[in-house]
Write a protein that binds this ligand. Structure first.
Ligand SMILES: [Zn+2]
Length: 178
């Protein structure tokens, strides 16, 4: 075991490229953006279905950061990040194949669409993790520095849809489009 690095950062850190890269790295490792330690998703062996596999935990078991702030929170991540990236990938594959091969249109479509579908499946969790990180970076939802009494807040546990919200859900004013 290496040295135990204590990362208890409940104080909002000023935004910087360094912070952005750290969040990005944590997202790519599917870890909580705040503590960088706990996974966002349940372990593979405990997933019951594909849908469950895509579903983030309620919050970080270590630092209590709430992953899903409101219902439908991850719609943007799915559509913009996952499908958006998949579409760009598809366009690149199409252009490359179109210039380098003489495939019939059916095979060309299969060669373009198959990787997109696979990519969307494999990247779905990363897109949610990226979205959590991006949201936390642009709008940190952290506790006030004085609120943390030295101990990490204990979340309620891995309960999903457990009645009333434990914390007030803040609306996302930055996502309102005019
Ligand atoms: Zn955490």
């Amino acid at each position: 075991m290496g040295p135990v690095i204590k990362v208890v950062s409940n104080e909002p850190e000023p935004r910087s490229w360094r912070l952005a890269l750290r969040y990005l790295g944590r997202a790519m490792l599917l870890r909580c953006p705040v503590c960088g330690k706990s996974p966002i998703f349940p372990p593979l062996l405990s997933t019951r279905s594909l849908r469950h596999w895509f579903m983030p935990l309620d919050g970080c078991p270590r630092c209590g950061y709430a992953y899903e702030r409101e219902p439908g929170y991850f719609l943007a991540s799915t559509w913009v990040i996952n499908y958006g990236t998949g579409s760009v990938l598809g366009i690149i594959i199409y252009v490359v194949l179109d210039f380098t091969t003489r495939l019939p249109i059916g095979e060309l479509l299969a060669a373009v669409l198959t990787p997109i579908v696979l990519f969307n499946l494999l990247f779905a969790r990363h897109s949610k993790a990226l979205f959590i990180a991006l949201d936390h970076f642009s709008d940190p939802h952290e506790k006030e520095p004085g609120e943390d009494g030295g101990n990490l807040p204990k979340p309620e546990g891995p309960t999903r849809d457990s009645g009333g919200p434990a914390e007030p859900v803040h609306p996302e004013p930055e996502f309102i489009h005019h």
